[in-house]
Design a binder for this molecule. Structure first.
Ligand code: UDX
Length: 436
């Protein structure tokens, strides 16, 4: 079976590599020649645990190929997986232009019957349109069907999440498409939930938005905890034993970021509005998250007269640990506020610095400045105030004594609740966190 994959981001590349790992002949297609050349050499354009090892292994055994020549990849493929991005438009809707481009290329290229599988997160009804679009532009007399197969991997654990997914969702409109997709996933030996296309598309949004809601709910409760003298970590601990609630996604903090939750909450809100429905739960989730992101900065602003000329240590830039991705990272909103207030920032992140430099080039910026350093200690040295934005291992392992010894004034604003408030207090560190 020949598989082609369109797009080599988190969704496309990881899917392609995992299909190759399961023995399929896979060609990954991307428009970027430089990226393709890198991947041929076994270098991953994204940082993901275990990905390069699998790329190198399958490159060597000849099951994994990369190309910019989509015609060669698509023309005789049995299945083409679409994993291109669906970024957020200014109005909150999903930008489907990459999906449209790939659909048109597929239509004009395929020379044999083919199943097109949409892995990208797309608004409900998009798969119907993709199928019609491809049929409208078909050049050769072949049979083509479109199936939905949403992706649930989380960044940082993408390979593991794909090979050990809790379930595979397939959305099809015909028995043949269903059978072929089930066959493709057979070697993964995972539970398969087979539904209609529109339901499959909705499952993806319903899952992501539910998890986002769970986080916003905990952040909302955390803010209330601060007002009434309760501790959100104790509250979460008490909640998680209830199997109906579960133990994951109960961490209050500086709000969710990343490439999915912010985009998918807005997209579902938009989809509902388009259909004349107001999705009030998701709207509330988005509003809570927007405020939550800069809550720490607001707290610090209340405490200080000014940030002008202050040395501010920033620990963590990525939207979560285990990735080099800064998309929608709460650190960005906070750094913007700090720079506008004249702060001199010393930032450390084990993986995200290169990407951060593209957003905030090193040197003078706005009314302040930013310098990137290579350890937590270096950032903390002589600092007047510290913000923790990401829960990297290096940050978790810091002891109260390090803040006390390294900083000029030990004043810490922790967006990830990494340290014990009592211990910080006993060591002489003025410490603020979320919901405690
Ligand atoms: C998410 C979904 O988990 C995944 O299923 C989907 O396919 C894509 O979106 P990802 O964005 O990689 O994955 O990261 P995730 O680990 O879910 O975290 C998202 C955001 O929520 C991060 O900013 C994280 O810090 C935050 N978060 C997560 C919390 O604030 N509290 C939590 O308890 C969990």
């Amino acid at each position: 079976m020949k598989i082609a994959v369109a797009g080599t981001g988190y969704v496309g590349l990881v899917a392609g590599v995992c299909f190759a790992e399961k023995g399929y002949d896979v060609t990954c297609v991307d428009v970027d020649e430089k990226k393709v050349e890198m991947m041929r050499q076994g270098i991953s354009p994204i940082y993901e645990d275990g990905l390069e090892e699998l790329m190198q292994k399958n490159n060597e055994r000849g099951t994994l190929h990369y190309t910019t020549d989509y015609k060669a990849a698509y023309k005789d493929a049995d299945a083409i997986f679409i994993g291109v991005g669906t970024p957020e438009m200014p109005d909150g809707s999903a930008d489907l232009s990459y999906i449209a481009t790939v659909s048109r290329q597929i239509a004009e290229t395929i020379e044999k019957d083919c199943l097109v599988v949409v892995k990208s997160t797309v608004p409900v009804g998009t798969n119907d349109k993709v199928e019609q679009f491809i049929k409208d532009f078909l050049v050769h007399d072949v049979k083509v069907e479109v199936a939905s197969n949403p992706e649930f991997l989380a960044q940082g654990t993408a390979v593991h999440d794909t090979l050990h997914a809790a379930r595979i969702i397939i959305g099809t409109e015909s028995a043949q498409a269903e059978a072929l997709l089930k066959k493709i996933y057979e070697p993964f030996k995972l539970p398969i939930v087979s539904v209609k296309r529109r339901s499959a598309e909705m499952i993806k949004y319903a899952c992501n938005d539910f998890l986002a809601l769970k986080i916003s709910y905990m952040n909302d409760i955390a803010n209330l905890c601060e007002l009434v003298g309760a501790d959100i970590t104790d509250v979460a601990q008490g909640m998680c034993y209830d199997e109906r609630i579960g133990s994951r996604f109960l961490n209050a903090g500086i709000g969710f970021g990343g490439s999915c939750f912010p985009k998918d909450t807005k997209a579902l809100k938009f989809l509902a509005k388009e259909h004349g429905y107001q999705l009030r739960t998701v709207e509330a989730c988005v509003a809570v998250n927007t405020d939550q992101k800069t809550r720490l900065f607001e707290k610090a602003k209340d405490r200080m007269i000014s940030f002008k000329g202050l040395k501010v240590a920033v620990l963590g830039l990525t939207f979560k640990a285990g990735t080099d991705d800064l998309r929608e990272a709460p650190s960005i909103d906070n750094i913007k506020c700090l720079l506008a207030s004249g702060a001199d920032i010393y930032a450390y992140d084990p993986k995200g610095t290169d990407r951060a430099k593209q957003i905030f080039p090193e040197g003078k910026l706005d009314k302040g400045s930013i310098t990137y350093v290579s350890s937590c200690e270096e950032a903390l040295s002589g600092a007047n105030i510290c913000f923790v934005f990401t829960e990297w291992k290096e940050m978790k392992e810091l002891t109260p004594a390090v803040f006390k010894e390294k900083m000029h004034t030990p004043l810490v604003y922790d967006g990830r609740n990494l340290y014990a408030p009592e211990e910080m207090k006993q060591t002489g560190v003025e410490y603020y966190s979320i919901g405690r």
